[in-house]
Write a protein that binds this ligand. Structure first.
Ligand SMILES: [Zn+2]
Ligand SMILES: [Zn+2]
Length: 351
């Protein structure tokens, strides 16, 4: 061994393996390939009952992922047509990718939170407000509201996004057939699960809790070693406050949780502790922004703050967006002031 401290590999970053493990009664963990920023796989949980199976978060809309779904189900000994329900925890492509195709081949229900909506979805739920819709429908390569550079989206992806907006079916964007409200109950794996709305990472994020065995499906809301991205590109004013409230919501019943099943990484049992760690992490970030502003000693842009908040490797549109979410949180708390310098926001800590 060298003298260098080796950096532990985070379980969310591991490549998908074909290992299948029972992680709760009648709940199997399978892994699908998902090589996107900071991740190596997505967990597709398979819950068995006498009607067949429910799958949770069936991966990216890629051929590779579709092949893996079929392989995993074959290994378990369940033909695709036995899938009667697909739960999608939130509107990110690594979670909904296989849902529409499963439904088209099996007629399975697609179950989401009632607010589920994807970036390209032109068919909004009836209770959406106009401001939010405008925000959701803005192109991801428009300049961001804080006045930085537009996202650097390669042209292939731009073309795909444009096609997706016009023809969502081609992008395999699912249309939910069951939209859950807070505290709604549904039976999976022969037991009742309760819907828990956990906005923050996305506004439509859904967790499901089974009090009988103390099993929590946490999606991207509570992950074992990384913290989910909190985007500033939302119409919900202060997504960080929403996220903290959603963490507290889980924290309040964490002592009843025996095992948390995240969408990425290994299942874990220290749910309450993990919730606290994620809160601490963001509290540290907020403190860092206060310190940096004192150091700057003058108003600075979102990009200036992002450079101090994230490692050089993590710089870019996502880092700016997350820095913006944190700065807006501090502004709404009354700690920071914001001014508009010719279309570019600048923030400074108040005396
Ligand atoms: Zn996500
Ligand atoms: Zn994810």
């Amino acid at each position: 061994m060298s003298g260098e401290a080796s950096r532990p590999v985070k379980s969310e970053q591991l490549q998908a393996t074909d290992e299948i493990t029972e992680v709760a009664p009648n709940v199997l963990r399978t892994q699908l390939p998902a090589n996107i920023t900071g991740l190596g796989h997505v967990n597709m949980y398979v819950m068995e009952d006498d009607r067949g199976v429910t799958v949770v978060d069936p991966g990216l809309p890629t051929k590779e992922s579709w092949t893996a779904i079929n392989k995993r189900l074959a290994e378990i000994g369940v033909p695709l047509k036995r899938v009667h329900s697909v739960i999608v925890t939130h509107s990110h492509p690594d979670h909904y990718g296989g849902a529409a195709r499963i439904r088209s081949e099996t007629g399975a229900d697609i179950i989401t939170h009632r607010l589920f909506r994807t970036f390209y979805d032109p068919t909004e739920p009836p209770d959406v407000d106009a401001e939010e819709l405008a925000m959701m429908m803005r192109s991801p390569f428009d300049a961001p509201p804080w006045g930085g550079p537009a996202m650097d989206v390669p042209w292939q992806r731009r073309v795909r996004l444009r096609i997706g907006k016009t023809f969502p079916k081609l992008m395999r964007v699912p249309t939910p057939s069951v939209r859950l409200h807070e505290s709604d109950r549904m039976k999976f794996a022969g037991r009742d699960w309760m819907a828990i709305h956990t906005p923050g990472h996305t506004h439509d994020h859904l967790c499901l809790f089974d009090p009988e065995t103390g099993t929590l499906l946490s999606g991207d809301h509570v992950l074992p070693t990384i913290t989910p991205h909190i985007s500033g590109l939302t119409a919900h004013g202060d997504p960080l406050t929403l996220f903290f409230d959603s963490l507290d919501k889980v924290g309040r019943f964490a002592d009843q949780v025996n095992v948390t099943l995240p969408a990425h990484g290994n299942p874990f049992t220290n749910t309450g502790e993990r919730v606290q760690q994620i809160k601490d992490h963001h509290a540290e970030r907020l403190q860092k922004l206060r310190d940096v502003s004192i150091e700057f000693n003058k108003p600075a842009t979102v990009m200036d703050f992002a450079q101090h908040l994230f490692s050089p490797r993590a710089q870019g549109a996502m880092a700016d967006s997350e820095a913006y979410a944190h700065l807006e949180h501090l502004r709404i708390l009354g700690d920071f002031e914001r001014r508009d310098n010719d279309g570019t926001f600048e923030y400074v800590i108040k005396d």
